[in-house]
Design a protein around this ligand. Structure first.
Ligand code: CMP
Length: 139
C-alpha cells in the first residue's frame, strides 16, 4: 500500500535562478503539505552517498559534482499517494520529455540540472527523508 510521504530537493540550478518560491507554490497548490524543510548545501561526499544507487551509471560523477555545486532545498512532503502524485507533478527526468505544466517543463534546464528531485518509491522516500531530517525536525 502506498504511504503518504515523499521526499524532494530543489536543486542548485533552480535555487540559483530564484525558482524556490515558484516551485514551492506549485507544490502547495497541488495539495502537498510540508512536513520538514531545510535550506542547505551538500558536500561532494554527502551527494555521493545520497546518490549511491547510481554509482555505476556513467553520469554519477557529473551528478555528484552538480548536486554539491550550490545550495539546495530539501523537504518531506505529505499527501495521499505522495510518491506517484509528486512524480506526476514534476514530470519526466529529461525536461524535453516532461509534460506541459509540470515543474521540470517550466523550470528545468537539462537532464542533469533538472530543477527538482522526487523519490521513486515509498522505500526510497523513507531512506531519503531520513538522510536529511531527524524526528525532531518533522511536523
Ligand atoms: P533525480 O530525480 O534527482 O535522480 C537521479 C538524477 O540523475 C536525475 O534526477 C538526473 O538529474 C540525473 N540523471 C539521470 N540521467 C542522467 C543523464 N543521462 N545524464 C546526467 N544526469 C542524469
Amino acid at each position: 500500500m502506498a504511504t503518504n510521504r515523499t521526499f524532494t530537493m530543489i536543486k542548485p540550478d533552480a535555487v540559483e535562478n530564484n525558482y524556490i518560491g515558484g516551485i514551492l507554490k506549485m507544490i502547495n497548490d497541488a495539495g502537498f503539505r510540508i512536513v520538514a524543510m531545510k535550506y542547505t548545501k551538500l558536500s561532494a561526499e554527502a551527494a555521493g552517498k545520497f546518490y549511491e544507487v547510481h554509482k555505476e551509471r556513467p553520469f554519477y560523477g557529473e551528478l555528484v559534482t552538480y548536486m554539491s555545486s550550490g545550495p539546495i532545498v530539501a523537504a518531506i512532503l505529505e499527501k495521499n499517494n505522495a510518491v506517484a502524485d509528486f512524480r506526476t507533478l514534476i514530470g519526466a527526468t529529461d525536461p524535453t520529455k516532461a509534460d506541459e505544466g509540470t515543474i521540470r517543463k517550466i523550470y528545468a534546464k537539462s537532464i542533469a540540472a533538472n530543477a527538482v528531485h522526487g523519490s521513486d518509491s515509498d522505500e526510497n522516500a523513507q531512506i531519503e527523508g531520513d538522510f536529511f531530517f531527524s524526528k525532531l525536525e518533522r511536523f
